[in-house]
Design a protein around this ligand. Structure first.
Ligand SMILES: CCOC(=O)CCc1ccc(S(N)(=O)=O)cc1
Ligand SMILES: [Zn+2]
Length: 259
């Protein structure tokens, strides 16, 4: 029979530049947000970020082998305003997190402070015909980042975190049969930092307008632990998915604006 070649265990962030030279590019993400260097831009408040998600847009949760991913049918699920020059549609959301019980795990950091996890709501620019066309364009994507802090249970995240045990392995998928509005995952206060960056995982395209919410949302230790029901390939075989975050990258002189 054919030589059985095991799928190579994905290489860590420090090796990505070998296959994706853009890893050393001029607008890579995530970054450390130095709050004293962020520039308040009145234009951001004059044209507030508008988030209008529908509550029946979430179709399924899948284990991508690198995170969970809630796949969204973008119908009627759009954001606009703030730093965005056009309307963007939600296509999926996922997260990045650290080790059990640790405080690292977020991708963006704030004055060097990490959070245990970071949620990413991924949207594509409606000027393009589909997300595949948008994904590598400089204005192709807008990702809203929400920090998760450890505290009381997040009722809105529970229907999703309860599904992780049903998708332990890569490509496992479970349908979302209930109505769910992803806006429940946003903090009450809608202040944010925004800057031009990239995908934080390969192919690392420099196509993302980042909108990082200033306030974290609280989730319980149990909900953070539920993220580890997701499994992935490690050098020593299958293990709990964790530490799937890229560390901060050079700012390269970019401006971070603030509401
Ligand atoms: C060509 C296929 O490329 C994709 O599908 C991009 C997927 C992708 C979307 C968002 C992000 S993140 N962590 O920056 O929010 C990373 C990778
Ligand atoms: Zn992400």
């Amino acid at each position: 029979g054919f030589l059985q070649v095991a799928s190579p265990v994905p290489q860590g962030p420090n090796k990505w530049h070998e296959q994706f030279p853009i890893a050393k590019g001029q607008r890579q993400s995530p970054i450390d947000i130095v709050t004293s260097n962020a520039k308040v831009d009145k234009a951001l408040s004059d044209n507030p970020l508008k988030v209008s998600y529908s509550n029946n847009c979430c179709q399924s949760v899948t284990n991508t082998g690198a995170s969970f991913q809630v796949v969204v049918d973008g119908a009627g699920t759009e954001i606009s305003g703030g730093p965005l020059d056009s309307t963007y549609k939600l296509v999926q959301f996922h997260a990045h997190w650290g080790p059990l019980g640790g405080d690292e795990g977020s991708e963006h950091t704030v004055d060097g402070v990490t959070y245990p996890a970071e949620l990413h709501l991924v949207h594509w620019n409606q000027k393009y015909k589909d997300v595949g066309e948008a994904v590598d364009k400089p204005d192709g994507l807008a990702v809203i980042g929400v920090f998760f802090s450890r505290g009381k249970e997040h009722a809105g995240f529970k229907p999703i975190s309860d599904l992780f045990a049903k998708v332990p392995r890569k490509a496992d998928k479970v349908d979302i049969s209930f109505n769910y509005d992803p806006a429940c995952l946003l903090p009450a206060r809608r202040d944010y930092w925004t800057y031009l960056g990239s995908l934080t995982t390969p192919p690392l395209f420099e196509s993302v307008t980042w909108i990082v919410m200033k306030d974290p949302v609280e989730v319980s230790a149990e909900q953070l632990a539920a993220l580890r029901n997701l499994l992935w390939e490690t050098p020593s075989g299958e293990g709990q998915m964790c530490n799937n975050y890229r560390p901060p990258q050079p700012l390269q002189g970019r401006l971070v604006r603030s509401t």
